[in-house]
Design a protein around this ligand. Structure first.
Ligand code: CTP
Ligand code: MG
Length: 228
């Protein structure tokens, strides 16, 4: 089947609050975005990458990408889901059958976890996502941060990316829910809200999302470690 990656990179990085948008911060000699794109080329089943950029992006055109597969820019939207939808719509016009959606802000994705989630998605009709079993004891609090109760961590996971789905059901779900749906925080939730049950695939703890100040140092450390 024709498999393409969709990379939402149109966010403004409010929580990181860096001078340069976080996807363009330099880590281990390349931008966060370049690391994320490069990671996706590690599985030869991915034939191209649809990259959702902000309409105001002034950084992408300055990059000298050196990738073995085409990168097709599309204009992203006001929400992550809107940016993903823009990529998925273009991919559909190009006859793509499966999409591998991966955050631009996850530069530390490794080849083995990428291949594993694609393998599972191709045999599982409702798709698959990388996820991490929760390791800590979990508490639910009230609004004043007083503990109400502990939550069993059994069967509790952190959702990561990539998330891999057959294109048409994901497109149908995004369109019918609408990209401003408040519970639409990843692609798996679009499938879930449409009644599907995507399969969780254990990813690596190193596959962090660069979200808050300090995360970029950790990602930099992982990338340098992987390179040695
Ligand atoms: N993203 C996007 N379009 C949006 C919002 C987010 O393409 N309208 C992308 C981001 O660029 C990022 C990924 O979705 O690669 C995950 O989102 P997040 O980590 O939340 O990034 P931001 O939205 O940029 O950060 P923040 O929520 O702190 O503003
Ligand atoms: Mg965000």
């Amino acid at each position: 089947p024709s498999i393409a990656a969709i990379v939402p990179a149109a966010g403004s990085g409010q929580r990181m609050a860096s001078k340069i948008p976080k996807q363009y911060l330099q880590l281990a000699g390349k931008t966060v975005l370049e690391h994320s794109l490069h990671a996706l080329t590690q599985d030869s089943r991915i034939s191209k990458i649809y990259l959702a950029l902000s309409a105001e992006d002034t950084f992408f055109s300055a990059l000298q990408l050196q990738l073995p597969i085409p990168v097709i820019p599309v204009v992203g939207g006001a929400s992550r889901a809107a940016s993903v939808l823009a990529g998925v719509e273009q991919a559909r016009l190009d006859g793509v059958a499966y999409v591998v959606v991966h955050d631009a802000a996850r530069p530390c994705l490794q080849a083995d976890e990428l291949s594993k989630v694609i393998d599972v998605a191709l045999t599982h009709p409702q798709g698959a996502l990388l996820a991490l079993p929760v390791a800590d004891t979990m508490k639910r609090s009230d609004a004043q941060n007083a503990v109400r109760h502990s939550v069993k961590r059994e069967h509790l996971w952190h959702a990561l990316t990539p998330q891999v789905f057959a294109l048409q059901p994901l497109l149908n779900a995004l369109v019918s829910l609408g990209v401003d749906h408040p519970e639409l925080t990843d692609e798996a939730s679009a499938i879930e809200l449409s009644g599907g049950k995507p399969q969780l695939v254990a990813g690596r703890r190193t596959n962090i999302k660069v979200t808050q100040p300090g995360d970029e140092q950790l990602a930099d450390m992982y990338l340098k470690f992987f390179a040695t």
